[in-house]
Design a binder for this molecule. Sequence first.
Ligand code: ZN
Ligand code: ZN
Ligand code: FE
Length: 738
Amino acid sequence: MQGVGMRPFVARLAKQYRQGGWVANTPEGLNIVVEGDPTLQQQFLKALQINLPPLARIDTLHCRQHPATGLRHFQIKESEQGENNSPWVLPDIAACPQCIDDVFNPESRFYRYPFTSCCDCGPRYSIMTALPYDRERTSMAEFKLCPQCERDFHDPENRRYHAQTIACPRCGPELSLFNINGQCLQQGETSLQQTIQFLREGKIIAVKSIGGFQLWVDAHNQQAVQLLRARKNRLHKPFALMTADIESAGKFCRINPIEQTALTSLGAAIVLLTRSDSSLIAEAVAPDSKLLGVMLAYTPLHHLLLQEFGSPVVATSANMHNEPICISRQQVEQQLSAVADFILDHNRDILRPLDDSLLRVIADKPTILRRARGFAPLPVKLKTAIPDTLAVGAHLHNTIAFSHGHHAILSAHIGDLENYQTRRLFNETASDMQRFFKRKPQRFITDLHADYASSLSLAKQTSPQAPLKVQHHYAHILSCMAEHGLLPPLLGIAWDGAGLGDDGCLWGGEFLQINDKGYSRFAHLKPFPLPGGEKAIQEPRRAALGLLYASQAVDSDAWRNLPFSAFERQTLLAALKQGVNTPTSTSMGRLFDAVAALLDLSQINHYQGQAAMTLEQCAMQHDNIDAYPFRISDEQPFILDWRPILQGISEDLLHFPREYIAKKFHNTLVDMILNCALRAEQPMIVLSGGCFQNAYLTETALQKLNAAGFQVYRHQQIPPNDGGLALGQLAASQYLKE
Ligand code: ZN
Ligand code: ZN
Ligand code: FE
């Protein structure tokens, strides 16, 4: 992969072991020719495989003898443009410890310079215009190296030897602080000092980061955080936090060793952590959640600001209503004039928006929930090559994927295709990636759902073949299979909010037998009506009503306790009776919602997954191992009847705390999984879909399945939610025929 500092590393080694020759990037990989003392050459070969640069990895190493040609000097050959056809593009990498040392070392020429980087760190994908990765094809091209940077760049002994992003206070990008009207207030170091002062005063600052602007505000200042909520019109969804280092994060969160590794890794994602001490963080940061999303400073600019500021800040994407993140000061001025007070800008352009990635440690493994900065667009190796194909993903949490021979490239998180701006980003991403990787897809794949904006985008496509349509939950399972290089047959368990099924119903609690021609539906939840359709996704109480109606419990306490006005109740009952706007669903996500509503934990979803997350956190407060009974039909597809669960919950509500019931509900679902796994008699099991973002559900299911002798696979690098769907759609073209 280019940009990991491998060529400079080889050149340094060659010099150390007194070898002549050269090193060059080729489409097949790195080519090295060395000529010199044979003993030293053997040592060179050994050294090559240890002490690799942090980002480099050797998959295979082939050696061949050539006749000597008298090479005395060692050189790095320039990348040849045009020939390059690599699926490997380096994502943006967190500032390395050595660069941070430079930034805080008064003796260093990089002292307090916010754009310090080296071969091992700094922005990459967000500033690249094309491959191969060289400075002239990045937004650093306009910054001409000063003599000292020029020297470092050409000095094999230097850490910044061939570092394409090298820059210093004399020749590199510069900070400026603006007010929201576009008036420049300060530049350079004084803009840093002024920003810190503004943060202390509770001001909201748009800070230009790697993949876009972030809105920063003092995380300790309740009033300021509330002001940000009000201005952004985002009243409930937790805000992400940024702190200077792991020690400061440890002051308000519990961090286990795996979470610590995730926090400090090169991708520098937001990691979901359990809060320990709430006194340091304003209540308004995450009003209804025990989990906090925390990331560590990942650029020298962040380090400079946060070291001096001394406590965590809210660092949330600078956007409105799930629109794409702003990447230029002009965008911030236009879109966020009523949100941000000031803008800390700089003159290194961001070429494409990349949100901060999000991950959660589940059963001791980091699991990516939103894959963007720091991870995209790293390719996934496929079992077989797929001809040039573009898969356009789902409607919410959209990403797209295209094939690149034996690799699949999954785009960074694009977002919910509800609004025009995100749909525009969707189109831009498709053309940007095609240009970038020099691919021209000939075949297209969509979800079965024709009304998804992603599916509609292809309606106008002039292609000889109609797009291949892939069922949503099948794609979920294939996505996880592609991540782990698995081949059928196996049992796939896909649990999520909803996706269109083959029978026109909304599926979401699915067990699929995967074979080499497709899949068959092995088991699913008993269908239930969702009064109000789309509205039932926003309102868990409607899902509860639908379930109670379907179990003929319209006169029960549970029915009466749901918070509806008499009029609403009447209207919804009439709609249910007549089947008006009440789609039928087997959605596990809606079952979670319904239980959260019955326990009165959450009646309205203010953001996606809120009720389910609240229910999981509630369950974590209790440690019973009880489970509700459920019924299962005699014939395939087996129908999992939840009515006994509902009955049990209604009875338990009279005697037990909600925490007990929430836990017991989770345990029941694990029983369902185990029951179906034993029936299916497939040694391999794959878990996918948004419900497996639930750590307790996933961990307990894993334990039980492993104990019963199953081999279980689940997502890690690719999101289990719809953000991973495009990869599965792409993989489907191996099995399905148009
Ligand atoms: Zn560095
Ligand atoms: Zn310089
Ligand atoms: Fe889904």
